[in-house]
Structures are given as structure tokens and as C-alpha cells.
Design a protein around this ligand. Structure first.
Ligand code: DGJ
Length: 740
């Protein structure tokens, strides 16, 4: 059984293939955390609890003369504020009487088959299209624990999803206002994980626009280290994920924990090392600018956190996250079906295009084997630059006289699919939509709003706004053959105020907006089940598991420079499967950095993702056109390996500190085939040979290399291999191995 409750010890044990999670209904019915880590059998872990009289750490009233039991030092599952735990809390409420305290104690629990769902939000599902509770054929188990604050009657439900084979535990919580009055919810995180022992490093992925998911590893010290987003999106600046590991953990060995948030809006995540050296890890909706009013009977549900653990280092942990996200978050036809190799016109034309230009790009692309043309920003309303037109989702006949249907028919006639860019959540002040509905934009009455890229954000919490967008998008999608939508979002949110909500509900707007985005995406994906959506927010500003529920790939970064992409894609690979990474070959000198890299290198780097092009192929010399043909056919050949195979970072942690190359590989599930990739990032005179040790091969198998050599898996993994012809600035090497 994945979840058991022992009535006599009052211990819950959540068991996955390689991990154990334990908690206990402890003294005074407080739900105490006992353990999360490598699988343990045949023992319960309450012996780990300790208690001494810690000065200034008070004791629950029930403890009477016992000064050794304190909420301030005991590991807990879901600590709340105001009752004696001074560490980071998960929950803050203002009760009907104005007091700010909650003290939840165990009441009951339920163990059911199948994955739990969260109203209006994505969550890890069990079997696609069938995540209802109670179906015995499902492989996961849900534990729901009901707790109650005796003084107010507030009820809290903690949910644990146990995915046994995948080694994943998900967590979420729900607060029910079962009091007689209105409660103001000021903070409600999704998870707290107390780690009573150990010294830990935290790894997180920070960045900025066009430079997302840079890897940073920091030893934790006393106090709180936290990061997050208050931008209304999960953001370029901090990905909503973290790893916790021992100082010794490497790619191939050591304890590590991972958490990723299934949410695309404001979040906070971090870790606190407290007075006794214990560590509390937390993640949830950012409490700033958040306040939900719960009338009697109302509930609030948090988004979900996905957690996993490995004692075998980061690679194994990444594989667990890749699998759960690929198989139990991504949905729809293109979850497994091969996605078309695309060409996007953005960096080829920006706003300056007409039908003729687009058809010229498409016909050259079709000739070279590319399968879909994506028409980016600028096809609608008055949109000849970024100052106007957002919201007016009507085709611009000056640019496309035969409309989208005319254009898509011509592209289809070339044997290609057609895709289209939208930025649904935005509105330009210079648009027909804004002139008709100024109140649809988020802005605070009496204040001038902050502009970003000259645009304002639509109030996605409003049903009428979403209805308008659904009507416009479905009209366009029904009247032309459109196989793909790039869903963009190009600014951070502020001036948060909804004209449709009363003053006391303005603290709900950030969260209601993201719920609105999910609702619109759900409506659209249900109405157009074959449509493939690629998420985007100025590149990777909303690269999170929740968006992957609607769009199986996300444009990873507006930075298309192959060398910069190495680092961005490296950071992304810790949590997200490679197939979710939108990645294109673009022109040189690169538009973001001015760097010149070989065409071959750009192809190798873009193939570590969902592959495409973003340049005018007509401008390429013949030899590069030939290279496009080869890249497209190589990518199709290796598609399964790249999308379904195991991904290995071959440099080891710290790939970008003092190393002169970056290497990675894909290994098929049966270990019979592998694809090795390497890019030289720093050429030196009289350069040393480049050696790498391969990973994930079958030690006993003999592999044939492309140069005809046959070497055993154990030699390739333990002794390594010298990479042939690897010198030269930004040169790439890509080669295949096949087991004999
Ligand atoms: C930002 C995206 O990331 C780009 O690829 C492009 O679609 C532009 N927006 C268009 O405005």
C-alpha cells in the first residue's frame, strides 16, 4: 500500500518505490512531520523527535508543566501563525473577531485511489482524461487529512498525492471557513517541509528577460533565504522550483530533494534555518498583495507542489521530474505525437511583413523539409509596432489581403501546417478594444498605470473579458486551418485593481487573474483538442508546470544565441523535460548578443528541445541550406530519443564555472541508442583534448560509434572517451552510439 495509517501509533506512512514520507498525529493531535527521504521499511520514525526546554520557545497550554514540547521546535506538517511557532508559517488569517491565530489539530483522514484535483487549477493527473477519485485501476493514491482550529472552527484539509512508481509526492491544501463570520486569508502556502537534521545547500534558478534559469547553489545559513515573484507571472527572474541537497551532492551521488510549483502567478519559495539548526523549506502563493475574503462556507484551495527525492544525485532527481511532468502534467495530442519542425517569422521580419514575404519564407522552408510556418506578432488590428493593436484580434487586411484563411491555404498547399501568435491577456491603449472597454484593463482609479512595452494587462478575472477572448480566438481558429498557437504574455503585472470587484476583494485579483488564464486555456483546449499550444512570456517568463498542463512546450527564452542557450537550457533541464523546451536556430550575428556561432552548433543546441527555425532561410548560402535539410532529418530521426530518452548533463554540476565545453546526451529507454552532444565554449591555444565520461549506457553492451569503433558501455562510462575534432571556438560535436 502506498499510504498506510497505523491506528495504534497514529503514524501515516507514504511509500514510493524509493522514498518514504512519514508523519504522526502527535501530542494534542498536532500533525508532526517525521521523515522524508530514502525509503525505509520496517520502522517508524517517531524516535527522531526530540524535545528539550528551549528558552523563549513556549509550550502549548495542554503541556502543563512540560517545557520540552514546543511548536517552535517540533517538526510540523502545516504550521500557522500566532500560536507559538515563530518560524515561517504556511497560513495567516484574520478571524471574525480580529485575532490573527490558527492552531490546527487532527480530526480525521481519508485514503482514496487516484489523484486529487484542484478546482480551476492544473494538477498532476493519474491517467489522462480520468483523474476522478475512486477508480481502482488508477496507480496513485490520495491521502486527505482534515484538521480543525478548535477555537474558530476553521477547517484545513491537507492533500498528499502519492505516485509510487514515479517516486513523487504532491501536496496542496484547502481552507474551509466553517465559522459564523467572514475570515480574511492573508497567506496560504502549499507546502512546508521540516528537516530536523543536516546541513543543506539550496539550488534555484534565477535570471532576467532573455537570460532565464541561471543555476545558483547557496549553502543555507541561519535565517531565511527566499525568492519568488510578485510580477503576476512565475517570471523570468526566479523559476518556481528549488532543490535542496547536501554540500557533497553531485550529478551522480548524494541526497537531494526537488520541489516545483504547479502555478503560473506570484509565488514565494525558500528555506529557513532556525535556532536549533533545523531547516524548514516552503513554497506557495506569495503573500504580498494577497488577501482572500472567505464568507461562511467558502473555501480556498492552494495550487499544488510536486516533490521528489533521490539519494543518487541531481541526474536521477531530474529524471523523476522529467517523467512526472512529461507523463502526468503535459496533456493532449502532442504530449507524445511528434511535433512539427517549425519556422517562425519573428526574427526574420519582426513587424515588417506582408503575405508575399511570409509565403517566400514558407516556400523555402517547405523545400528544406520544415513542416509548419508560425506567423508571429503583427498580423492583427493596427499592429505595425509594439505601441498599438493588442486586443483587436481581427486580421489586418493591408498585410494579409486574403485573410488568414487565404494565407493558411497557400501554406497548406506547400505541404506545411500553419501556426499563429496571440497575446490574449494584453490590451494596447491604442486599440479599438480599449476605446470600447477601458475598464477591462487592470488599473487603479485615479492613478496613471505603469506601462510596459506600451501595453496594459487585461483583467482576466472578468468573465466578460474571457468570453470576448474566447469568441475572438475561436472565430479565428475555426475560420482558417490553424494547427498551433503561440500564447505570449509580454509584461509583468502591477496596478492591480479590478473594476468588477468590490474594494474588499482587490487582494484576490492577482490569483483570480491566473485562474482566469487557466479557465480560458481549458475552454480553448477542450474546444480545439487537436490544437498545439506553445506557451511563451517574452520567452521563458512563465516556464512552469502549470503552463505545461495546457502547452506541452514553452518558448524557452527570447535569447536565441546558441552559447547563451547552453546555460539557459542547462538550468531548465533540472526540472523540466527536454521536449518542453522550445528552441530555434536563428541568424548570425545573433540578434540578442551579436555573437557569431557556426550553423552546425546552432542546430545541435536547438535540438536539445522542440526544434525549429527563426530566420529568413532565403538569405542563407547554399551550404547552410543543405545543413538545414540535414538538421531537420536528423531531428526527425532522433525525435523519440530526445523527447522520450533519458537526458544526461555530462559536465557535472558547475558546468559554467571554468569549464571549456558543455556536453549532454540522450539515452534511449532500452539503452540501445545514445546521442552525444558537445559545444566548445572557450577555445585555448594548444588546446588540451576533451575527455568526457558517458552516462546511462548498458555497461555490458558494446556500442558502435559513428567512426566505426566499438567500445563497451562500461569503458565509455568509466574510462570515458576523447571527443574527436572538438577544437575551435563554439564548435559542436554530435554523434550517435548504437548497441551491437
Ligand atoms: C516575445 C516572444 O518571446 C517573441 O518570440 C515574439 O513572439 C515577440 N514577443 C512578439 O511580440
Amino acid at each position: 500500500m502506498a499510504v498506510t495509517y497505523n491506528e495504534s501509533t497514529k503514524i501515516f506512512t507514504l511509500q514510493t518505490a524509493e522514498t518514504t514520507y512519514q508523519m504522526m498525529v502527535g501530542r494534542y493531535d498536532i500533525l508532526q512531520h517525521l521523515y522524508y527521504g530514502k525509503r525505509v521499511d520496517g520502522s517508524t520514525m517517531e524516535y527522531l523527535l526530540w524535545g528539550t526546554d528551549v528558552g523563549f520557545s513556549g509550550n502549548p497550554y495542554e503541556a502543563e508543566g512540560d517545557r520540552t514540547f514546543s511548536l517552535d521546535t517540533q517538526p510540523q506538517e502545516y504550521p500557522s501563525q500566532g500560536v507559538g511557532d515563530y518560524r515561517t508559517s504556511c497560513l495567516e488569517v484574520v478571524n471574525p473577531d480580529g485575532s490573527m491565530a490558527a492552531d490546527f489539530r487532527y480530526v480525521s483522514h481519508e485514503i482514496t485511489k487516484g489523484a486529487y484535483t484542484i478546482t480551476g487549477m492544473p494538477a498532476v493527473y493519474d491517467e489522462e482524461g480520468n483523474n476522478s477519485l475512486g477508480n481502482n485501476s488508477l496507480g496513485s493514491t490520495t491521502l486527505s487529512i482534515l484538521l480543525k482550529d478548535a477555537s474558530t472552527g476553521l477547517e484545513l484539509v491537507l492533500k498528499y498525492g502519492v505516485f509510487e512508481k514515479e517516486d513523487v509526492i504532491t501536496r496542496a491544501a484547502e481552507l474551509r471557513n466553517s465559522t459564523e463570520g467572514t475570515v480574511s486569508l492573508e497567506k496560504m502556502l502549499s507546502v512546508c517541509l521540516d528537516m530536523p537534521f543536516g546541513k543543506w545547500d539550496m539550488i534555484h534558478f534565477h535570471g532576467r528577460h532573455a537570460m532565464e534559469r541561471q543555476t545558483e547553489r547557496t549553502p543555507l545559513c541561519h535565517g531565511t533565504v527566499s525568492f519568488g515573484s510578485k510580477r503576476g507571472t512565475s517570471s523570468h527572474h526566479h523559476n518556481p522550483s528549488l532543490l535542496l541537497c547536501t554540500p557533497q551532492t553531485t550529478e551522480d551521488a548524494g541526497d537531494c530533494y526537488g520541489m516545483t510549483f504547479v502555478y503560473s502567478g506570484n509565488f514565494i519559495a525558500g528555506a529557513e534555518v532556525e535556532q536549533m539548526g533545523q531547516t524548514r523549506v516552503f513554497m506557495g502563493i506569495h503573500p504580498e498583495s494577497f488577501c482572500f475574503r472567505l464568507a461562511p462556507g467558502d473555501t480556498f484551495e492552494t495550487p499544488q507542489v510536486i516533490m521528489s527525492y533521490s539519494d543518487k544525485g541531481f541526474t536521477d532527481l531530474s529524471h523523476k521530474f522529467h517523467k512526472i511532468i512529461r507523463d502526468h502534467i503535459c496533456r493532449g495530442k502532442y504530449k507524445y505525437a511528434r511535433r512539427p519542425v517549425l519556422i517562425n517569422n519573428w526574427e526574420a521580419t519582426y513587424f515588417d511583413f506582408n503575405e508575399e514575404k511570409i509565403l517566400k519564407i514558407a516556400s523555402q522552408a517547405a523545400e528544406l523539409g520544415i513542416e509548419m510556418l508560425v506567423l508571429d506578432d503583427g498580423w492583427f488590428g493596427k499592429r505595425n509596432g509594439d505601441c498599438s493593436g493588442l486586443g483587436d484580434w481581427f486580421v489586418n487586411p493591408d498585410k494579409l489581403p486574403e485573410g488568414l484563411s487565404g494565407l493558411s491555404e497557400k501554406i497548406n498547399a506547400m505541404g506545411m501546417k500553419f501556426g499563429l501568435w496571440f497575446e490574449p491577456e494584453m490590451i494596447s491603449e491604442d486599440s479599438e478594444l480599449y476605446r470600447a472597454h477601458p475598464d477591462w484593463a487592470l488599473r487603479i482609479p485615479g492613478r496613471k498605470p505603469n506601462r510596459s512595452r506600451f501595453q496594459l494587462v487585461l483583467d482576466m478575472s472578468r468573465r466578460d473579458v474571457r468570453d470576448y477572448l474566447f469568441e475572438r480566438m475561436s472565430d479565428i481558429l475555426s475560420n482558417a486551418r490553424i494547427d498551433y498557437v503561440k500564447w505570449d504574455m509580454n509584461r509583468s503585472m502591477c496596478d492591480i485593481y479590478s473594476a468588477a470587484l468590490p474594494a474588499e476583494r482587490q487582494g484576490e485579483v492577482y490569483h483570480r487573474c491566473i485562474l482566469g488564464v487557466y479557465e480560458l486555456l481549458e475552454r480553448l483546449t477542450s474546444a480545439f483538442p487537436d490544437l498545439m499550444i506553445e506557451g511563451c512570456s517574452g520567452g521563458g517568463g512563465r516556464f512552469d508546470a502549470a503552463m505545461l498542463y495546457y502547452s506541452p512546450q514553452i518558448w524557452c527564452s527570447d535569447d536565441t544565441d546558441a552559447v547563451e542557450r547552453l546555460e539557459i537550457q542547462y538550468g531548465t533541464s533540472f526540472l523540466y523535460p527536454i521536449g518542453t523546451v522550445g528552441s530555434h536556430v536563428s541568424a548570425c550575428p545573433n540578434h540578442q548578443t551579436g555573437r557569431i556561432t557556426p550553423f552546425h552548433t546552432r542546430g545541435v543546441v536547438a535540438m536539445a528541445g522542440s526544434f525549429g527555425y527563426e530566420l529568413d532561410l532565403n538569405t542563407l548560402p547554399q551550404n547552410e541550406k543543405e545543413e538545414v535539410k540535414k538538421q531537420v532529418s536528423d531531428y526527425k530521426k532522433y525525435y523519440e530519443l530526445i523527447h522520450q530518452g533519458a537526458y544526461y548533463r555530462l559536465n557535472g554540476a558547475g558546468a559554467f564555472h571554468g569549464q571549456e565545453f558543455v556536453a549532454w546526451s540522450f539515452v534511449s529507454e532500452d539503452k540501445k541508442q545514445a546521442l552525444v552532444n558537445l559545444v566548445i565554449t572557450h577555445t585555448r591555444a594548444n588546446s588540451k583534448p576533451v575527455f568526457i565520461k558517458l552516462k546511462g549506457l548498458d555497461a555490458a553492451a558494446v556500442y558502435r560509434l559513428e567512426d566505426g569503433r566499438c567500445l563497451s558501455g562500461s569503458a565509455l562510462m568509466n574510462a570515458g572517451i576523447c571527443i574527436p575534432s572538438a577544437s575551435g571556438e563554439y564548435r559542436a560535436v554530435q554523434f550517435e552510439l548504437n548497441a551491437q
